[in-house]
Design a protein around this ligand. Structure first.
Ligand code: ZN
Ligand code: ZN
Ligand code: ZN
Ligand code: ZN
Length: 448
């Protein structure tokens, strides 16, 4: 049986497509499982959450090594089924301050990548240098995608490389590499916009003193994150085209109020209660400005808008939170859809390969039984569905290991994992067949 995944495909900085898909899938599962919705990520905080919630068996520690070159390291202890993360105290300060310190965040994300991608499950002495190089590349790819998701990165306001790097909690070098990898280095040279660094509003007019979304004073605003706030559609005279309350579309007639529900249909600067420096309450008059359909505040004088006063627009933080949520949902839906589509495309191909693999196993069955007796299959956690598949892989791994072919088991492992990741998304196809085939095998060969 020949293996599709040839190590020669792992040329310099080039991870083969099926492994990229595997990394992406594992990343999405990781993000979903751990309910990650807000960036930037702080991997120190994330690791503590993983430990405390017991979602990952973890021990976190730090060492004061001054001579060592590592920022952080992760190891797996199979006897205890625990991952140990060690941070080199002498190399970093935390919370992250400078670009140099933020390198630790990437290193930790990289180490999480090793865990999530299953690299640490294979003992180091069984790996060749090439195996390790591949794992390094993959862990870097995972870290980059985890800390600076493409969609979020590319929609940023590129004010400076330092400010964007700080926004994602990564070093300038890590940002540069990520952009280089995405072939988007030209973004560094793009002309920055004026963006409110409180709410992310980028619709700021030249004369604005105030942010129309969050009401904060516009100085020299160079926010990094850009957020689009939804707007009620207005006609050229500044009147709502559709009544925001009753959805009445006949708003073009005379009058300032909706003839159905009585809602005021103009978004204008409203008289607003203010507090003076000497704690004196007073009402600041309207400056009379007509405002845009998503303006909560008057850009001119900072008063509230009539739409905001009448609760036709929500508090900006609420809208931003909803948008973040919708965005994360959409990403996962489209990911699932894409994966499924891809899986069905590959189904016949995979099935053939799986069948030939099972035949292959059958032929060598007696050999496996002997091998199994020498091998303690402990501490291997796969969820139930993957279990029958992973058994096959474990056997193959053992076979390669015992036949003195360490170079090949990465091939075997990656290839099989790739298959698992496909099947994990296929609910109803011939799993019965695979299960039946496996069961027959299972009864005879698995010693527990
Ligand atoms: Zn590494
Ligand atoms: Zn703002
Ligand atoms: Zn109405
Ligand atoms: Zn005003």
């Amino acid at each position: 049986m020949t293996l599709i995944c040839n190590l020669d495909h792992y040329t310099l900085n080039k991870i083969p497509q099926h492994r990229i898909e595997f990394i992406e899938l594992k990343l999405k599962q990781f993000i979903k499982k751990n309910d990650i919705k807000k960036w930037p990520l702080d991997c120190v905080v994330l690791l503590k959450e993983l430990r405390d919630s017991k979602r990952m068996p973890l021990i976190l520690g730090s060492v004061p090594v001054t001579s060592s070159i590592f920022d952080a390291q992760a190891r797996y202890y199979p006897d205890l089924n625990v991952y140990m993360f060690l941070i080199n105290k002498s190399k970093v300060t935390y919370p992250f301050k400078s670009s140099k310190d933020r390198r630790l965040n990437f290193t930790l994300a990289h180490e999480i990548g090793h865990v999530v991608l299953g690299h640490l499950d294979i003992p180091d002495h069984l790996k060749t240098k090439k195996d390790r190089d591949i794992e390094e590349q993959e862990a870097n790819e995972f870290a980059g995608r985890l800390l600076a998701p493409e969609q979020k990165l590319l929609s940023c306001n590129f004010t400076s490389i330092e400010s964007v790097a700080a926004h994602f909690n990564i070093s300038k070098q890590a940002l540069w590499k990520r952009l280089n990898h995405l072939q988007k280095l030209d973004l560094i040279k793009s002309k920055p916009l004026v963006v409110c660094n409180t709410c992310g509003n980028s619709e700021v007019s030249v004369f604005a003193d105030c942010c129309k979304i969050c009401g904060s004073t516009i100085g020299k605003r160079m926010g990094v994150e850009i957020v689009k706030y939804r707007s009620h559609k207005l006609n050229p005279l500044g009147k709502a085209s559709i009544c925001p309350i009753c959805k009445n579309e006949e708003t073009h007639s005379e009058g300032e109020y909706c003839k159905i529900c009585g809602t005021f249909l103009y978004n204008v600067c409203a008289p607003t209660e203010k507090v003076s420096d000497t704690n004196f309450y007073y009402t600041q008059k309207s400056c009379g400005a007509y405002l845009e359909g998503n303006a909560r505040y008057c850009e001119n004088c900072g008063n509230e808008s009539t739409f905001y006063r009448d609760k036709l627009l929500s508090y900006w933080i609420d809208e931003k939170n909803i948008q973040d949520f919708v965005e994360s949902q959409e990403e996962s839906y489209s990911q699932v859809a894409a994966t499924l589509e891809h899986s069905y495309d590959n189904y016949n191909f995979i099935k053939e390969r799986w069948i030939s693999f099972l035949d292959f196993l059958d032929n060598l069955k007696s050999q496996y039984v002997a091998l199994f007796n020498h091998f303690e299959l402990t501490n291997i956690e796969y969820d139930e569905k993957e279990n029958c598949l992973s058994m096959g892989f474990m056997l193959k791994w053992q076979m390669f290991k015992n036949s003195g072919m360490p170079d090949s088991f990465h091939n075997a492992k990656y290839e099989m994992e790739h298959l698992f990741s496909r099947y994990a998304n296929l609910e109803d196809i011939d799993f019965k067949y695979l299960g039946a085939k496996h069961k027959e095998f299972d009864d005879d060969a698995i010693p527990f």
